[in-house]
Design a protein around this ligand. Structure first.
Ligand code: GLN
Length: 539
């Protein structure tokens, strides 16, 4: 088999230019030409993983099948490529140093002084090549988090320099920059890009491709100028113009032949086999919806929409499948109360209560659930949202006053949600939840079965608390039933209310598995239920 090709994606000028989307879009084009591609993200922060980070810091924590708590860009990689990622796809400085320090403690360095170069850079290089060495991928795209010039990114840039030297023609660097528009003079400015390329060159790296984020078309002159000043071919200066949806970016890149530029540079054949039919079909449905529904997303991190990235994207996929635009109404659960809930939720066609941790804003979630349940509005509760649905039902239907999760009230008389046994001795916070893919058996003749049309599914988890099975009989006798359970442990994974048109709570996170090619059935059916509800309201 020919050797794996490595593409490095670096960023300059500023953060948040969309390196993740550019990486995913390039990967999509290469995959659409039949190449097997994976994408990896190197994050320069010192946390071992983002699992311990507050969503306000870094947005959603994305969970892979193998239970890795990772950067939200991995979600984009999976959504675009429809291929699962794993722990190997996300590396942090914390993880790199931890490995090196553990080796040092074991005596593996045989008395040598352990240094950033070569020991840290060697560990970074090893992790970059891990995916390539599996033999599964022809092309590995490695996105370097942060911006060139950041102190903490230096060892990564140095590792890329060394790898380029070792890999030669089998590697390539794409540098993403910003070309700002100065309204005062009516000009687009190339200097920030020139400086950021100079910064890369100072570190011994010459980019092969420039992707320039811009609000306006770059035009021939700017491209020529950038090519001249930055030592790249003119056809390798590509613009990334603000797009109405991230899913249009592969097409925008294709229109400028980014895939061909990259393949030629890597000495890979460019055949006439690009297949974007399904992608374009999805984009068409996204652009020309037949109807619109509005869904309330209730959570406590709603000021930062990235905290719920995968949920938002899953709605986009599900909307396209239903040929409907899904409008999200962001509702802060702290602002909800029994008095305000009607006004806040008025006109919604569906209610989603989001995952979360801790007490803040919890009561507002219960009020929203009660409103959706009593008014027969389609409801989906995810993780904490499912737990809240159970608590609301316990209090208001089973009459268990003060019923709660022991996460919110350790002394509750009715712990309908309780810590899992395996969690009782756990004291460390990082990586210790129930994480990753678990099997779930679904009962036939239920809504859950209508959704999945299968008796066995696997979904990803990230939680410590669970439905307390001591109460299961009481719940089922009163109209909330467990329709999905773990085959080994009987942990309740899905609850639903058969009397309600569409009321489902899931202990797992379906949003992580929704992709463009495979929109998640729970979201697809939830949106379908919202459309039916909306039609019934307007009839
Ligand atoms: N805080 C809850 C638990 O740990 C729910 C977690 C979540 O929503 N991801 O069980």
């Amino acid at each position: 088999m020919p050797s794996t090709k490595y593409i490095f994606v670096t960023g300059g000028v500023t953060s948040s230019l969309g390196k993740g989307i550019i990486s995913a879009s390039l990967a999509t084009l290469l995959q659409s030409r039949g190449y097997s591609v994976t994408i990896q993200k190197l994050d320069p922060y010192i946390n071992i993983d983002p699992g311990t980070l507050n969503p306000y810091e870094h947005g959603e924590c994305y969970v892979t099948n193998d239970g890795a708590e990772t950067d939200l860009d991995l979600g984009h990689y999976e959504r675009f490529l429809n291929r699962p990622t794993s722990q190997a796809n996300n590396v942090t400085t914390g993880r790199v140093y931890q490995t090196v320090i553990n080796k040092e403690r074991r005596g593996d360095y045989l008395g040598k002084t352990v240094q950033v170069i070569p020991h840290i850079t060697d560990e970074i290089k090893r992790r970059i090549q891990l995916l390539g060495n599996t033999g599964e991928f022809e092309i590995v795209i490695t996105e370097i988090g942060g911006t060139v010039g950041d102190i903490e990114a230096l060892p990564y840039i140095e590792a890329v320099r060394q790898l380029r030297w070792e890999l030669g023609e089998d590697s390539l660097v794409v540098h993403l920059t910003l070309v700002p528009y100065l309204a005062a003079t009516g000009e687009m400015k190339t200097k920030p890009t020139q400086h950021s390329v100079q910064k890369l060159q100072e570190s011994g790296i010459q980019p092969d491709v420039l992707v320039c984020r811009t609000e306006y078309d770059l035009g021939e002159d700017i491209r020529r100028k950038l090519a001249l000043f930055c030592n790249v071919k003119k056809e390798a200066v590509v613009q990334s113009i603000d797009a109405e949806t991230i899913y249009a970016v592969p097409i925008l890149m294709r229109n400028q032949h980014l895939d061909e530029v990259v393949l030629k540079r890597l000495n890979l054949p460019v055949e006439d086999n690009l297949d974007l039919v399904n992608w374009r079909d999805f984009l068409y449905k996204l652009r020309y919806p037949q109807t619109e529904v509005e869904i309330g997303l209730i959570g406590k991190y709603v000021e930062l929409h990235d905290s719920y990235k995968s949920i938002v994207e899953a709605f986009i996929h599900a909307g396209a499948t239903n040929e409907a635009k899904v409008k999200i109404r962001w509702i802060h659960s702290e602002n909800l109360s029994l008095d305000s809930v009607e006004k806040s939720l008025e006109g919604l066609d569906g209610v989603l209560v989001a995952p979360g941790f801790g007490e803040r804003g919890f009561d507002g979630k219960l009020d929203a659930i009660r409103y959706a349940r009593e008014n027969k509005i389609p409801f989906l509760g995810i993780c904490l949202g499912m737990q809240a649905a159970v608590i609301e039902y316990a209090r208001n239907v089973l009459g268990l006053e003060g019923a709660n999760s022991t996460e919110m009230d350790a002394e509750t008389a009715h712990p309908v949600i309780d810590l899992m046994d395996e969690q009782k001795e756990v004291t460390e916070k990082g990586g210790t939840m129930r994480l990753g893919a678990c099997d779930c058996n679904i009962k036939e003749g239920t809504k859950a079965f209508e959704v999945y049309r299968r008796k066995q599914i696997s979904e990803r988890h990230r939680h410590r608390y669970e439905f307390n099975n001591k109460y299961l009989e009481d719940f089922e006798a009163s109209g909330m039933i467990a329709t999905g359970q773990n085959p080994g442990t009987e942990l309740v994974e899905i609850v639903e209310i058969p009397e309600h048109p569409w009321f489902i709570g899931v202990q797992f996170h379906p949003e992580y598995k929704s992709t463009v090619a495979n929109p998640h059935p729970l979201f697809v059916q939830f949106v379908a239920a919202a459309i039916r509800y909306s039609e019934s309201q307007n009839a």
